[in-house]
Design a protein around this ligand. Structure first.
Ligand SMILES: O=C[C@H](O)[C@H](O)[C@H](O)COP(=O)(O)O
Length: 226
């Protein structure tokens, strides 16, 4: 068996995601180190086929900068009514396509762009596949004045929560990371936590779960359809 680094697995799925992007489409683009590989693959494709995509809707300042550097037109999400496909990574994905996202603090804009898309293609190396969500500390974007009470709320649920140091989101808020949770019912959990005052977005993606996951393994890309 060939051994591949996590970085090589990310490159593999970043390239594979191109197959899900229709010719000339406006593509929804997520955030993170795996998505960076997808953006690199888009850049390569555009060299030989300048009409490969007509633009992108981006989920973060970070991805916007990378896309723009490659000459890709980034459109505001308000300018489109729908997207065919949204490509993004995940911190965890389960066997039903439910995810934890927000390790890069981009979860709110990611959920907004994902919600515009007909299809969510998750790209991830195999380390991200889990049976139950919650081992990766759950990111929650919170309005700063609510952070302390949101932390107390998670402690009542048995979690350990803390504000991520030195991080302000693209929307000017803080991230609370919660460890020690076992998220057995992601859809119910997402709907519940999103009701808490001051919570902007919880990093469980159940309502906007993946349609497909391209999983990077040493044997190649495995496609999980949900
Ligand atoms: O906020 C960041 C995003 O949700 C990322 O998609 C997630 O953290 C996965 O990132 P990476 O591909 O770097 O593991």
């Amino acid at each position: 068996m060939t051994t591949m680094t996590q970085d090589e697995l990310k490159t593999l799925v970043g390239r594979a995601a191109l197959d899900y992007v229709p010719q000339g489409a406006i593509v929804g683009v997520g955030t993170g180190s795996t998505v960076d590989k997808f953006i690199d693959a888009l850049g390569e494709a555009l060299k030989s086929d300048p009409g490969r995509i007509s633009g992108a809707v981006s989920s973060s300042v970070r991805s916007t900068e990378r896309l723009t550097a490659l000459g890709i037109k980034v459109q505001p999400s308000e300018s489109v009514t729908s997207l065919g496909v949204y490509i993004d990574g995940a911190d965890e994905i389960d066997h039903a396509g439910f995810m934890i996202k927000g390790g890069g603090a981009a979860l709110t804009r990611e959920k907004i762009v994902a919600d515009l898309a007909e299809k969510f293609v998750c790209i991830a190396d195999e380390s991200k596949l889990v049976l139950v969500l919650g081992k990766f500390p759950l990111p929650v974007e919170v309005i700063p004045m609510a952070a302390a009470q949101v932390i107390r709320g998670f402690e009542k649920l048995g979690g350990q929560a803390k504000v991520r140091e030195g991080v302000t989101t693209d929307n000017g808020n803080v991230i609370v990371d919660v460890s020690g949770l076992n998220i057995e019912s992601p859809a119910r959990f997402e709907a519940d936590i999103n009701q808490w005052p001051g919570v902007v977005t919880v990093g469980v993606f159940a309502r906007n779960k993946a349609s497909v996951c391209l999983l990077g393994t040493p044997e190649g890309v495995k496609t999980l359809a949900f």
